[in-house]
Ligand binder design. Sequence first.
Ligand code: NAD
Length: 342
Amino acid sequence: MLKGFCMNQRKASITGKKVLVAGAGGFIGSHIARALYKNGNYVRAVDVKWDNFIKEPHFSKALTMDLRNFDNCKKATEGMDYVFNFAANMGGIGYITRQGANIMHDSSMINLNLLNCSVKNNIERFFYASSACVYPEHLQLESDVRPLKEADAYPAMPDTYYGWEKLYTERLCEAFSVDYGLKTRIARYHNIYGPESTFDGGREKAPSALCRKVALATNPGAIEVWGDGEQTRSFCYIDDCVNATLALASSSYEMPINVGSDRLVTINQLADMIIAISGKKIAKNHNTKGAQGVRGRNADISLIKEKLGWEPKVSLEKGLEKTYRWTSKEIIDRASPLQVKM
Ligand code: NAD
């Protein structure tokens, strides 16, 4: 067995390693940092800003630095065994369809410098968080869409600059792997959601945004839903994402692989599920000018099932319930005068 890996029925975890989690101040990065820290790794958490949603200890040391900068990437990777890169200029559908140059510039700088410094600092493994946004637009024109498998990414025509940057960085990882022997692992995440995730400010994703809208709505009341609500997506709960990420990072599989769910729902259905969880009587007002992204997107997860024996375990109902409860409590806590005084 390779040093640092614990294998149990095709489940793998990483232990006793020194791990850099880049972007550990954000959603997925903070959850991965917590899992790695609990597994007995030394976790160096790096970010330019911190959401601070996770209250329990989840890293060994935190460094606040801008990873677009080469010297910062050199310091961040120094003395580490593994690098998990979640640092990116990103946001929900409104953000990634509005921003082009900043996303491509910032994330490219982070990825180029981190990969380069990982080679210089002899990093054993480099994990990269790619996205379902790499897939071509023409395969995502209908609500009732065919699930996307990994090979569908080519010939390439992502619908956003964000997706192009992700696809470019996948190839960058491959080039660093071929030319310098850096072992890279790449997950294409499909709509990861869950508690301890940003829910306002413009960078939040649809499940968290809808949880916030429902939590803030009067009873009876109404919420705004972007588009006609008949656009479709699949959603993957954060705990499932963490398990898949750790399994992939410790596996021998070297190509990009989908991490997601293959349960397709419309955004109207997603909103209705959250409304049902809240117990409120809430109508949906459709804003057809709101960003929708592609009309339909689903994940084919047969490859990850075959290669890693992984599939999502948490139902959308259960995951949304946890997300809604956490988001509404966070909103109440923020508004509480006691919290303001403390
Ligand atoms: P997030 O915005 O919560 O986390 C990204 C983190 O990167 C933030 O904390 C941000 O401050 C940090 N960052 C940005 N610029 C930085 C810089 N210059 N230096 C240092 N840190 C910087 O996003 P997330 O949802 O946790 O996503 C993590 C990764 O997974 C990203 O690469 C994202 O593109 C990818 N991804 C996420 C999803 C999803 O559904 N959440 C889907 C597909 C891909």
